[in-house]
Design a protein around this ligand. Structure first.
Ligand SMILES: C[S@@+](CC[C@H](N)C(=O)[O-])C[C@H]1O[C@@H](n2cnc3c(N)ncnc32)[C@H](O)[C@@H]1O
Length: 266
């Protein structure tokens, strides 16, 4: 038996160190997806039907990759609270604030489960490409955190990569993530550090179908929307109605017209 300890990909110090090293070359991810990841971020944010002036909490914000899409929806009157534990990623995000000339971003450097958020204070919660970093044994806490942050009429969306279920797509997808992404990262950014781990995280992530049950236990309705044969998917949802929370079964999702989301600026 080997004495080398198995790599704990969910160890916080380890995760932080990945993003410390990747912060300056995180853009390579978008390049490697031929722009698909940005396209999915936009779709994720659009699925929330955010009104102008809404307040959004972007968990695991990274360098603020989703901000321009959120900003398009909420306008300059809106508010973004952006949380990430990596100082290096937030440093790159500060550049983005200057570029977007958007003053209503509050950046919080914190571990998401340790921060004392004001409860029920956000119109929407977003988390793009962060869910795979939440260990499965913390999914219930993750769902409870999101439930505690949302206003009663609020909505949330998570976006994540996934292994396609289609056998024809699975092989090429695995090969691309295992070989092409690290190769392109080395070529474009001079190192594949961090990028070679993408395969492990996407394999460890069981997908939103399993995570969704944790959200249901936390009193949140959600539905999974796959993209591109399951290479990406959304978990989009809202609070369960009282009836549903009491266990009277599932109903089709409540469609949220824009006026149903409260906002200070409306
Ligand atoms: C894959 S990046 C996603 C960045 C961005 N949201 C995007 O769309 O690309 C994940 C981010 O989550 C942060 N992160 C991971 N675990 C975290 C935790 N427990 N608390 C706070 N931030 C965390 C990392 O520092 C990293 O910036």
């Amino acid at each position: 038996m080997s004495n080398v300890p198995a790599l704990d990909i969910f160890d916080q110090v380890f995760v932080k160190s990945i993003f410390q090293r990747m912060s300056g070359k995180y853009w390579v991810n978008d390049f490697c997806s031929f722009g698909l990841t940005d396209h999915w971020r936009r779709r994720a944010i659009n699925s929330l039907h955010l009104p102008q002036g809404a307040s959004v909490c972007d968990l695991m914000t990274g360098t603020g990759e989703s901000w321009s899409f959120i900003l398009d929806a909420i306008g300059k009157q809106g508010q973004i609270t952006a949380v990430d534990f990596s100082e290096e990623m937030l440093e790159v995000a500060r550049e983005r604030v200057r570029r977007l000339n958007f003053l209503n971003v509050t950046m919080v450097r914190s571990e998401i489960f340790s921060y004392s958020f004001p409860t029920h204070s956000f119109d929407a919660i977003t988390c793009t490409f962060g869910a795979k970093l939440v260990p499965p044994w913390k999914w219930d806490d993750f769902a409870k955190l999101i439930a505690s942050l949302l206003k009663p009429t609020g909505r949330f969306v998570l976006l994540e990569l996934g292994r396609p279920s289609n056998a024809f797509l699975k092989g090429p997808y695995d090969a691309y993530v295992r070989h092409a992404v690290p190769f392109l990262a080395s070529l474009l950014a001079g190192s594949d550090e961090g990028f070679e781990l993408l395969e492990q995280y996407t394999k460890a992530f069981e997908g939103f179908e399993s995570m969704r049950q944790a959200f249901q236990r936390a009193g949140l309705y959600s539905e999974v929307k796959p993209f591109f044969g399951g290479c990406g998917s959304l978990l989009v949802g809202s609070r369960l109605s009282q009836k549903l929370a009491e266990g009277e079964g599932f109903e089709p999702p409540v469609r949220f017209p824009v006026h149903s989301i409260s906002s200070r600026a409306l």
